[in-house]
Design a binder for this molecule. Sequence first.
Ligand code: HSE
Length: 337
Amino acid sequence: MQSVRAVILGFGTVGQGIFNIAQQRRAELREQHQVELVIAKVLVTDAARAGRALPEGFDASLLTDKIEDVLASGPIDTVFECMVGAQPAYDHVRALVQQHGCAVVTANKVMFAKHGAALRELAGAAGRQVGYEACVAGGVPVIKTLQNMKLVQHITKVEGILNGTTNFILTSMRTNPGKSYEATLAEAQAKGYAEADPYNDVSGMDAFSKLMILSELAFGAQPAWPEVPVVGIQEITAAKVAEASAQQQRYRHVASTELVTEGGQRKIVASIRPLLVDAQHALYAVEDVHNAVAVSTDYLGVVTLMGPGAGMYPTASVMVEDWLTFVQQNKLKSGSA
Ligand code: HSE
């Protein structure tokens, strides 16, 4: 039995989901994969915060609010990073990789959009991997799919709904006409869909980070950030939604990145904005917290993936998948599979 020691940075919805899955799948991990996931330390903002709700079976003595405690918690094989914002998340992960040579699994799209390339280089120099499936579209396996497609396909466009909260709000505004925006947003927060600061969801900034990650993966580069128009859903009123419904149309918040050739030069053109779509459009049927990503390639035409784009288990489960993939790859490398 291989024992893998890991730390979790950030213990909100997603971090707690990782702990829960490790508990729920403990027997399967042992029997099918001969591996034990040991959570050695958990970093939170304030370890002494009163009234903190913790998962059943969690040992509260693992909590700390000092990264030094995490760094000193013995050998660490994997860091699960589920913090908010680029900093201090990036510095923490970098220190862990430098000191422990650990693999990284992250759900932090803001950090990864900004520092993903540098982080992969750093981890690669230590012979380790970085998993970031959870950064984009929650449980929808878009990163793995693009990585695989890129082996042969030429990807020309990636377009979709990348934020679960906004899709949940737009759906709810249509299906519950009398319900207030505030009540709907509060429900999205209670369900663990919305960001700590939901401005990032409704303004399109959350989708922006995800789109930059997809651009980098699909095209090997991100567009210049100031050149990307980002329009949120704040201007979509109940009256506009009702008007669209009367025309058999729906609002969707669409993020798009495309490789175009202008004057013989290849350029990435990206945008995030609300779109009115009708029943013929691929995104018309994507409801509630679901995300969808349509990938256009030369050999395939358009391939569309759809599924839950936010929430504890969709997001945390793909992080555990990333981790387990690394465990299996490392076993193969060491010949112990
Ligand atoms: N707040 C994000 C969303 C969480 O609603 O999509 C998943 O990245």
